[in-house]
Design a binder for this molecule. Structure first.
Ligand code: MLT
Length: 397
């Protein structure tokens, strides 16, 4: 008889965002026609920018004619896309060859797929609170998890532990959900730790475009020694509004080796076996993000989401609610008022003011008592949610 992967039984009943979506559907079923202010999952509200739309239209047109039609794309990425990403890193002082850049259909897909490179015997270190896919994908793979709790005391940026040796280390900076960002020195200590112990860092840089402090690193490859211990996973979802379009990229340096094997060469082998690449049309749209016009246009969108962050943090300030994040990151991490539990607060906001957020407990048990707002809703919805928060908590939070 077939044996199933019984590690699925170790997972929570539903994935965090699927659970929230279900609860909001249930609420709407019993409150038909009610408008919700959605600041739960980090899904963008603004359309793709004009440079991307033009490139997508032009690529669709190419696909309409035999002389310009493109079939299969190279599995690891079209050269024009890999070159555009490498040039973007070069502008930031990080030298990569295009062959070190791999196209992907988004960071969340890649964060699961990349585990194929590692034996399930290697434990995964997860700094919590953390994006739940790190934990769930590792549990599904049957990997032992080393939980490293973060807290307000260490600014939600823990240092490498001295006693345990990780196999994989998940780092996310700017952090989802806390909005904390590693400074150079703190990130360097993780790079040194990984090089010393032989661990590999999976660096989730999905929110790097939100960094406004020039002293903070956008890429782990800005740090000395990172090319021998890190893989960087990026996404155009939050950078350029590709949540529904799906496109990302992964950087695996050629100098990253373990046990005499090149992880870059292994990933080439993996991709050529397991995918037929990402569509030509989407890669054309993605490459347009890295043009001067694309960069200018996405900066304007990011500025809009940052204004949303200010709208929300001003309301939280006025209510006396403790929070962090929202400055170099599109997430605001707050302490639930009145000592409420995070799911209790979720239900309270949903029922009282129809605002949807994400309970901190969903990011690991040290997130209990906290709550996350995403800043990706429309400015009008964000302003209304802030007004309702003020009305609900004004003067008593
Ligand atoms: C989040 O809300 O944490 C993210 O948007 C979810 C995701 O990227 O899958």
């Amino acid at each position: 008889m077939i044996q199933l992967n019984t590690h699925y039984a170790e997972l929570k009943d539903s994935y965090l965002f699927a659970g929230i979506a279900q609860k909001t559907r249930d609420y709407l079923a019993s409150h038909p026609g009610q408008k919700l202010y959605r600041m739960g999952i980090g899904d963008v509200s603004q359309p793709l920018c004009p440079a991307v739309i033009e490139a997508l239209h032009a690529a669709v047109e190419e696909q309409a004619h035999a002389e310009s039609f493109h079939g299969y794309q190279p599995e690891c990425g079209a050269p024009f896309f890999r070159e555009a990403v490498a040039a973007h890193y070069a502008a930031r002082g990080v030298t990569l060859s295009p062959e070190e850049v791999f196209v992907s259909s988004g960071a969340s897909d890649e964060l699961g797929d990349i585990l194929d490179l590692f034996s399930p015997e290697s434990p995964a270190m997860v700094l919590e609170p953390a994006y739940p896919a790190y934990l769930d994908a590792s549990v599904i793979a049957g990997r032992r998890i080393l939980h490293v709790p973060a807290s307000a005391e260490n600014g939600f940026l823990p240092s490498p532990p001295e006693t345990v040796e990780a196999g994989l280390i998940y780092l996310c900076s700017p952090n989802n959900p806390t909005g904390a960002v590693f400074g150079r020195e703190a990130l360097q200590s993780w790079v040194n730790y990984a090089n010393k112990t032989g661990a590999v860092i999976l660096f989730d840089a999905a929110y790097e475009a939100y960094i406004e402090d020039p002293a903070l690193p956008h890429s782990i490859f800005e740090l000395d020694g990172a090319t021998t211990c890190a893989i960087e996973i990026c996404s155009l979802s939050k950078t350029a509004g590709f949540t529904g379009t799906r496109l990302g990229y992964t950087v695996i340096p050629k100098s990253l080796t373990r046990q005499g094997l090149s992880l870059n060469a292994m990933w080439v082998r993996n991709r050529t076996t397991k995918t037929n690449g990402v569509s030509y049309v989407l890669q054309k749209g993605g490459a347009a993000v890295f043009t001067p016009e694309g960069q200018q246009q996405i900066k304007e969108q990011i500025a809009l989401y940052k204004r949303n962050a200010r709208t929300l943090t001003q309301a939280l300030d006025a209510c006396g609610v403790w929070y962090t994040g929202g400055k170099n990151a599109p997430y605001i991490w707050l302490k639930c008022p009145g000592g409420m539990g995070s799911w209790e607060f979720f239900s309270y906001l949903l029922n009282e003011i129809q605002v949807v957020g994400t309970p901190g407990e969903g990011f690991g048990c040290c997130g209990e008592g906290f709550f996350r707002f995403s800043t990706f809703a429309s400015p009008a919805d964000t302003a209304e949610a802030a007004r309702r928060l003020l009305q609900l908590f004004g003067g008593r939070a």
